[in-house]
Design a protein around this ligand. Sequence first.
Ligand SMILES: Cc1cc2nc3c(=O)[nH]c(=O)nc-3n(C[C@H](O)[C@H](O)[C@H](O)COP(=O)(O)OP(=O)(O)OC[C@H]3O[C@@H](n4cnc5c(N)ncnc54)[C@H](O)[C@@H]3O)c2cc1C
Length: 486
Amino acid sequence: MAQIHDRPSVDRKARLTIPAQTIRKQDPSVRVLNWREVYLPLDIEMAKVEAERCIQCPAAPCQVACPAGNDIPAALWKLEHGDPVGAADVFHETSNLPEMCGRLCPQERLCEGHCVVGKHAKPVAIGRLEAFVADWQRVHAPAAAPAPPPTGKRVAVVGAGPAGLVVAEELAKLGHAITVFDAWPSPGGVLRYGIPSFKLEKRVLDERLAELRRLPIRFIGDTSIGTRGGKTVDDLLAEGYDAVFLGHGAGVGNELQIEGVGLAGIMQATEFLSRANVAPQDLPPRMRTPLQPGRRTVIIGGGDTSMDCARTAVRLGAEEVSLVYRRTGQEMVGREEERKHAREEGVRFEFLAAPVRFLGDDAGHVRAVRFERMELGPPDESGRRRPSPIPGSEFTVEADAVVLAIGYGVDEQVAASAAGVLADRYGVVLVDRASGETDRPGVFAGGDNINGADLVVTAIRDARIAARAMRAYLEQAAPVSTAAAT
Ligand SMILES: Cc1cc2nc3c(=O)[nH]c(=O)nc-3n(C[C@H](O)[C@H](O)[C@H](O)COP(=O)(O)OP(=O)(O)OC[C@H]3O[C@@H](n4cnc5c(N)ncnc54)[C@H](O)[C@@H]3O)c2cc1C
């Protein structure tokens, strides 16, 4: 957690009378016809006024609630005084990807959910302001390309998602040579291959990657590390990397073991989102065939991923999109804002229903889903009320496309390929939380692979913790080898 600084003294009462700025969005009827972000860009004058609504509370509960510990009042103080670049610098002190967090964090339960202004009026639009200043800086004051003297140390990073990118940047800035391996062709992880463009336009990621490419970072795509083919983590260490960071995320889609699941037209969320949203050149050849939009698309699941799939199906041109969840809206874990956007865009919600089998046509294509009604009992281990089926309650929903968005797990074969790295029975890598160190010296981990599927901001936080510990580790260790490691 970053230090909480003294706050400037301001007239808090007067600030509470400043009206919240209206942050404009694309109208639902327009935005379903394009893939651009829902929110329209802010202008600097509006951003300054919105920043001035911050009452500079000494305790800064917004900062305390931010997993990265962003000094939000300090950043907004600079913004209101006409210094968006200085504001972006404040965010960069604690986060490498403020343009992502500003767009993607569930602010309503983090910074904005704790904003004291929110007790009297609308909370300060911290997320939009964070994204605004980070975007402003990239366009108006891009960082000068630093040329750190090479240290001779090499670091391998497995996974080019937010966690891997953070470690790569932090260590490359010190002059270490970084090689980032990823199973997908292009870097970005879920920022590219999961989150749709209407939440995060790909150009934002590409601009940020262009900055990283000016550092000693080499991205190697289409390369899976682990026990299933390719190199193992042990191989990387044997090749001469001085340290390895595991940032392989939690990208294995949970499977539904029910009759008919192999029918054509049924696919996992990641494949659906990637084929719909990612440029063909960034996809493996097997995924480049255009996605045939379903007329009636059923999405199964109740988290942010299911909402992303439903809204993607709408943009692909589906006539009917139903999202079916086995609990109710109250137990949904994702953002209320995303659900609101989905409803505005015409997605139909069907609660308290779970699939029992898929029905196919003569050609082996899905034509319908049989569901059964659920009722909620006492809370389960997740703290949410456990659903159980109501006997004799089956019903059919017609569908020519079905997307399974029922959660993600960690691919256990990555940690298994490093002798001494321990993981739990779900493949979640076990680390010292204060350093990201695994039980194998020189191997660190962070992000969804240590938390289970979580958030961009927690991946950033953990990766920064690991990067600090790796820095210390690399300073102590003599280079393992001068041989060119790939
Ligand atoms: C559809 C979707 C929507 C989401 N929306 C939000 C949101 O709105 N807000 C939010 O905060 N979070 C959201 N999340 C969660 C967020 O994206 C993740 O928490 C975050 O990306 C985790 O970062 P990471 O770097 O740990 O993992 P990832 O982003 O998953 O990156 C891991 C990378 O490792 C690579 N990899 C995996 N195995 C191997 C291997 N064996 N060899 C080489 N490379 C490998 C993968 O290809 C991937 O590129 C969403 C997730 C999904 C799936």
